[in-house]
Design a protein around this ligand. Structure first.
Ligand code: HEC
Ligand code: HEC
Length: 327
């Protein structure tokens, strides 16, 4: 190879590294080839738009707040007319890698998932037809759908496709990923915490892999004391053995997504670690892997330092809000 070609090659590689930076260390999520930038932009605008709710007050972003890693800081979310939901809204960062959505796993894809809140009576409370009508009423959306799909009157499926495409762009690595994929060392306390997480504290029995979840349904006994009527996985399968089982959540960004558990019943990560340490609360169907751990105070601190190392790099500003009006 001539030296000028070698130089060009190095320059091209350097550009690739600069363009994708650290983000490229994560493997591409399923369906990522469909992440067309124009469709991401359209999905982003829809995600932040309160017009897609019955009374014009609620957007996806009302419950999935960018400044909280797209989770809801309220224990349970409020929908249209301040109707109170029953579950805590999880983070959407790196959910592109998920295989099951909702705490009970009732959606298999992000597209299917997005249809849920739009038509849910206590969330955005529109019918599919009304959702399409709200989108068609906005000339900017008509233009954007024309650009992306060749027609200015979208179908409901195209609306959820655009939103899901935006969600697939919410991908970012954490120090844990840099450790896992690049062998970059963690801070000392987080490294001690990692050894506990995958050892004495037994967290890895359920939280492992790229995003620290097996997405298995089980009960850790959370929310058991409150007489909650949430049937969890049972509500999807109607099988007795699934009563009050919930999906093991990813722990990516968990330091930013308080409060915790399906019902938002634990205020801090310390509360969660204490809960795990005492072997959960008494619950009929508690998983056999939840047992008292005997963690010392400094071990709990190290575990928390590891959970901190699951915080992802900031996403580009352009993904964190709608485009300014008039652009
Ligand atoms: C009123 C609050 C609210 C609104 C509005 C809302 N969500 Fe959610 N979202 C939640 C709650 C609560 C859950 C958990 C519900 C459950 O598991 O049953 C959730 C779950 C999700 C999940 C599943 C995440 C996972 O890991 O399982 C995704 C994805 C999601 N929402 C995306 C959206 C999108 C896209 C919109 C807009 C079309 C939206 N949400 C609107 C509250 C809301
Ligand atoms: C037997 C499987 C299992 C083990 C072991 C386990 N977890 Fe979990 N974890 C779950 C499940 C399931 C949930 C959701 C429970 C619910 O909402 O009712 C959960 C929830 C959490 C949450 C709340 C996340 C959120 O977004 O609300 C955190 C934090 C957490 N676990 C950390 C840990 C840590 C730290 C350990 C080790 C000390 C651990 N878990 C051990 C299965 C497990």
């Amino acid at each position: 190879m001539s030296s000028s070609r070698a130089f060009l090659l190095v320059a091209a590689l350097l550009c690739a590294v600069l363009a994708f930076g650290d983000e490229s260390i994560l493997p591409p999520p399923r369906g990522a080839s469909a992440v067309a930038p124009q469709l991401v932009e359209l999905g982003r605008d829809l995600f932040f738009d309160t017009a897609l709710s019955a009374d014009g007050t609620v957007a996806c972003a009302s419950c999935h707040r960018p400044e909280h890693a797209f989770a809801d800081p309220r224990p349970v979310s409020l929908g249209v007319g301040n109707a109170k939901g029953t579950r805590n809204a999880p983070s959407l960062i790196n959910r592109a890698y998920g295989r099951r959505f909702f705490w009970d796993g009732r959606a298999d894809t992000l597209e299917q998932q997005a249809a849920g809140p739009l038509t849910h009576p206590v969330e955005m409370a529109l019918t599919e037809e009304e959702t399409v009508a709200r989108v068609v009423a906005n000339p900017r959306y008509r233009q954007a759908f024309q650009r992306n799909f060749g027609e200015d009157a979208p179908t409901f499926a195209q609306i959820t496709q655009a939103i899901a495409t935006y969600e697939r762009a919410l991908v970012s690595p954490s120090p844990y990923h840099r450790w896992l994929l690049r062998k970059q060392p963690l801070p000392e306390d987080a490294e001690r915490g990692r050894l506990l997480f995958f050892g004495k504290a037994r967290c890895h029995l359920c939280h492992n892999g790229l995003h620290l979840t097996t997405e298995e349904f089980l009960s850790v006994g959370a929310g058991a004391g409150e007489g909650s009527q949430d049937g969890g996985r049972f509500e999807v399968t109607m099988r007795r053995e699934d009563w009050r089982l919930f999906k093991t959540p990813s722990l990516i960004n968990v330091a930013r997504t308080a409060p915790y558990m399906h019902d938002g019943s634990m205020a801090t990560l310390s509360d969660v670690v204490d809960f795990c340490n005492r072997g959960g609360d008494i619950a009929e169907n508690k998983d056999y892997r939840i047992v008292p751990l005997g963690l010392l105070a400094e071990e709990k601190r190290d575990l928390l330092a590891f959970l901190d190392a699951l915080t992802t790099n900031p996403l580009p500003q352009s993904l964190l809000g709608p485009r300014p009006s008039g652009r």
